[in-house]
Design a protein around this ligand. Structure first.
Ligand code: IPM
Ligand code: MG
Length: 363
């Protein structure tokens, strides 16, 4: 029996559409197992800005702190409105503070290549088949949160962002990466740029120290430029990729498309307790919003990650993941996954959610 409350921040544009489908799946699990996982709506991003002129009001943070986990949809507006204060401040005003406030220092992004979707991968089937990579991205430090400066030098503007890491910040996430790797294929690849960056040298030193306590896990090291290339050339060589905030941001977008669509990928942001923030890795896709064509699978898989990492319910997490795989195997696809496949059955956002829900309930 699980009794819990999760905070739901539906987000902007396709956010509420895909979040709705994720909640259908949560409801199915509640019914099937007699659990009582309730939801509370939390105002943030565009909706909060319209009401309070703030992207992350204090009352949202206070309420979020009483929840066991958060389910978040993508935040952000259309490119043509990015200068508008409603959207320009979303990253600094809501996304980053949410991560920092709860000290969610570890972001997990897993790329799996589903056999039924392999034709959608931009990479040749024989190279990408059986790829399963977990990127463990540091999320609350580095250049995202380092000192930012604007100055005038020789009569021109100079802006800077500082990349700084403390040993303790590296050690705590490295420990988690090794623990996770132990339950996978027992390999950690540290990605950094230690031929140029001082902070990367520290990453290498601290991670090597941590590795001593995990003799059963292989530690590999790669410079980030090479890693970007290797992800395309030979993605199967990776198991767990451990990296800093900035490199993790870039490499996780790159890795996500190996699977065929960024619309498939959930992420978990965790700290030192079971509290977690679960969100798709993609944006709010204003151009396809309101048309019932967005892929809800990223949000649905967020529920699986929540059950796994916050509620320690591996069986039910796998049940959701298996249901997604089954529905894809049956040939159902949202519009992002139909290219070049006349044999698939195109379904809308809501139907995709229904099909996955039915699969879980066995009805
Ligand atoms: C992500 C996003 C965010 C990030 C942006 C929206 C601030 O790209 O979650 O990957 O850079 O972390
Ligand atoms: Mg990103």
């Amino acid at each position: 029996m699980v009794r819990a409350t999760i905070g739901v921040l539906p987000g902007d544009y396709i956010g509420p559409e895909i979040t709705r489908e994720a909640l259908k799946v949560l409801d199915a699990i509640n019914r099937k197992y007699g659990w009582d996982i309730r939801t509370v709506h939390l105002e943030a991003s565009g909706e909060a800005y319209d009401k309070y002129g703030k992207h992350l009001p204090d009352h949202t943070l206070e309420k979020a702190a009483t929840c066991d986990a958060l389910l978040k949809g993508p935040f952000g507006g259309p490119p043509e409105e990015l200068h508008h204060p409603k959207w320009s401040g979303v990253e600094q005003g809501a996304i980053l503070p949410l991560r920092k406030h709860f000290d969610l220092f570890m972001n997990l992004r897993e790329t799996k290549v589903y056999p039924s979707l392999i034709q959608h991968s931009p990479i040749k089937e024989d190279i990408v088949a059986d790829t399963n990579i977990l990127i463990v991205r540091e999320l609350t430090s580095g250049i995202y949160f380092g000192k930012k400066e604007e100055r005038i030098v020789d009569n021109e503007r100079e802006y800077s962002d500082v990349e700084a890491y403390r040993e303790s910040e590296i050690r705590r996430i490295a420990l988690r990466a090794f623990e996770i790797a132990r339950n996978r294929r027992k390999k950690v690849t540290l990605v950094a740029k230690s031929n140029v960056l001082k902070s990367s040298v520290l990453w290498r030193e601290v991670v090597q120290e941590v590795a001593k306590d995990f003799p059963d896990v292989v530690l590999d090291y790669m410079h980030v430029d090479n890693a970007a290339m290797q992800l395309i050339l030979n993605p199967r060589q990776f198991d767990v990729i451990l990296t800093n905030n900035m490199f993790g941001d870039i490499l996780s977008d790159e890795a996500s498309v190996l699977s065929g669509s960024i619309g498939l990928l959930p992420s978990a942001s965790l700290g030192s307790s079971t509290f977690g923030l679960y969100e798709p890795i993609h944006g709010s896709a204003p151009s396809i919003a309101g048309k019932n064509i967005a892929n809800p699978i990223s949000a649905i898989l967020c529920i699986a990650l929540m059950l796994r990492y916050t509620f320690d319910k591996e069986q039910q997490a796998q049940e959701i993941e298996n249901a997604v795989e089954k529905v894809l195997e049956q040939g159902y696809r949202t519009a992002d996954l139909v290219q070049g496949r006349p044999d698939v059955q195109v379904v809308g956002t809501d139907r995709m959610g229904d099909l996955i829900t039915k699969q879980i309930l066995g009805s």
